[in-house]
Design a protein around this ligand. Sequence first.
Ligand SMILES: NC(=O)c1ccc[n+]([C@@H]2O[C@H](COP(=O)([O-])OP(=O)(O)OC[C@H]3O[C@@H](n4cnc5c(N)ncnc54)[C@H](O)[C@@H]3O)[C@@H](O)[C@H]2O)c1
Length: 253
Amino acid sequence: MTFQNQTAIVTGAGQGIGFGIAQSLCQQGARVLLNDLDSVLCDEAAERIRQDGGTCAGLAGDASDVAFTRQLVQTAVERFGGLDLLVANAGLTLFGDFFDYESVRFEQVMNLNLRGSFFLTQAAARHMREQGRGGSVLLMSSVVGHQAHPGLAAYAMTKAALEMLAKNLVIDLSPHGITINALAPGATQTERTLDDPTYVPIWSRITPMGRPSTVADMTHAALFLLHPNSRHITGQSLVVDGGWTSVSPPPVA
Ligand SMILES: NC(=O)c1ccc[n+]([C@@H]2O[C@H](COP(=O)([O-])OP(=O)(O)OC[C@H]3O[C@@H](n4cnc5c(N)ncnc54)[C@H](O)[C@@H]3O)[C@@H](O)[C@H]2O)c1
């Protein structure tokens, strides 16, 4: 029960990687405020964790909305008596050809991935500073913050920027005992890609470790970075991608 008596917020956690992290934190004793934009997914996910014996509440809402990010922190504190861990997981992946990419799509991606993560971290860190017992923040990056990917220029910018945010905030957060790191998942099979019959064969072929990433791979890495024994790790980005970003296309005919 590594996270006993700790309170966490996990955004975008109705399914996918966020759900996996929220579920594992609860299994290890944390009390989790689980967020999703989709209120049905949010309620069902929180209920699923409670049925497994976890302490979890859902708060549906838009994690790109600054006022809502403050409400998330306030709710976690009121409901569970404090805040120790933040996983700013919610992120939007909007593919599109660069030459036709519309500003409305660009703004949607920036608003959630950057504005939402920045101000949620600010609200959480303000509370952790006042609370005076440290804390840990995890930002959700991506391999495409490291390596170019077709159709994802806007998204890739945001993920690279989040990794710089983790580095930069070391200055502000370390004096308060708060760590901040980023996790950069490789292609991870979630509900979003389960119905795509090409996903596993393609990613298995181009990933050195021979398969796409799983939610369990990400959960394991996230809990490592949030673990109390990892409190000297801060400002770092951890790539979990089965080696995909380590190699460039080989010179084969
Ligand atoms: N799945 C992957 O292959 C992969 C790879 C690299 C990085 N990531 C990153 O990991 C994170 C989670 O990705 P995923 O694929 O597990 O999740 P996902 O994209 O399937 O979304 C998870 C949940 O986020 C919710 N959501 C969407 N907009 C929201 C908003 N404005 N506020 C609150 N919730 C919102 C959705 O309703 C959904 O239930 C994202 O930041 C994503 O960029 C994912």
